[in-house]
Design a protein around this ligand. Structure first.
Ligand SMILES: Cc1cc2nc3c(=O)[nH]c(=O)nc-3n(C[C@H](O)[C@H](O)[C@H](O)COP(=O)(O)O)c2cc1C
Length: 188
């Protein structure tokens, strides 16, 4: 049983939607699946998404890391996956996280500006920048409660509101009914 660590960069293929509860909806779905699967296979690490790019760090049993990475590689929600670090590990460096999510934060902005970068483009990260990014993920105390976008209760669309024509019809019918009741009252 040997441990390994892996980091990669990739480009998102989806068009970013407005952030919901702190997380872009596609990314929230990826995190849901990752957390469910990685908890079972005892993989830990972190994911950062920014400027249409992903940076992910994974560590765990070599066989599990490799199996998961194969699935990740064939995922069409991203492309141009570039392996940045792939090496044996003597001991785990992350504790209780199956997949930490680091939101765009002051930490990331200061990491970028300390390297003179104005955009998050991990494809070109040097080894040192990768290690700094991993450390930033490790230290990050921020996390987001995720919305389950696959939950029917969440994805169910709102009932369509009545159209103005139907609404007017209903008002006329209600007025007519009240009038009829009032008239019937006078007959008693
Ligand atoms: C950027 C990115 C990161 C991902 N990270 C993980 C991960 O850490 N663990 C994982 O199981 N799946 C991850 N996935 C999802 C996998 O590609 C794949 O959809 C998933 O493992 C399938 O799991 P399922 O068979 O349980 O649905 C990631 C996908 C993307 C696009």
């Amino acid at each position: 049983m040997s441990l390994m660590r892996l980091a990669y960069a990739s480009e998102a293929t989806f068009e970013a939607k407005p952030v919901e509860q702190g997380v872009e909806p596609h990314v929230a779905r990826i995190l849901m699946t990752s957390r469910r699967n990685n908890a079972k296979t005892e993989l830990v690490g972190g994911l950062y998404y920014g400027d249409d790019h992903f940076f992910q760090y994974l560590e765990g049993e070599e066989a599990e890391v490799r199996k998961t990475y194969q699935r990740i590689l064939s995922d069409d929600r991203h492309r141009n996956v570039r392996t940045l670090i792939e090496e044996p590990l003597t001991g785990r460096t992350f504790s209780s996280w199956s997949m930490k999510y680091v939101p765009a934060s002051a930490d990331v902005r200061s990491f970028l500006s300390s390297h003179g970068l104005d955009r998050f483009n991990p494809m070109d990260f040097s080894r040192r920048q990768c290690e700094e990014m991993i450390e930033l993920i490790r230290q990050s105390s921020q996390d987001q409660k995720l919305v389950n976008h696959d939950d029917p209760a969440v994805s169910r669309s709102k009932p369509a509101a009545f159209s103005p024509v139907v609404r007017t019809g209903l008002v006329i019918a209600a007025v007519g009914l009240i009038g009829a009741l009032a008239y019937a009252g006078t007959m008693l």
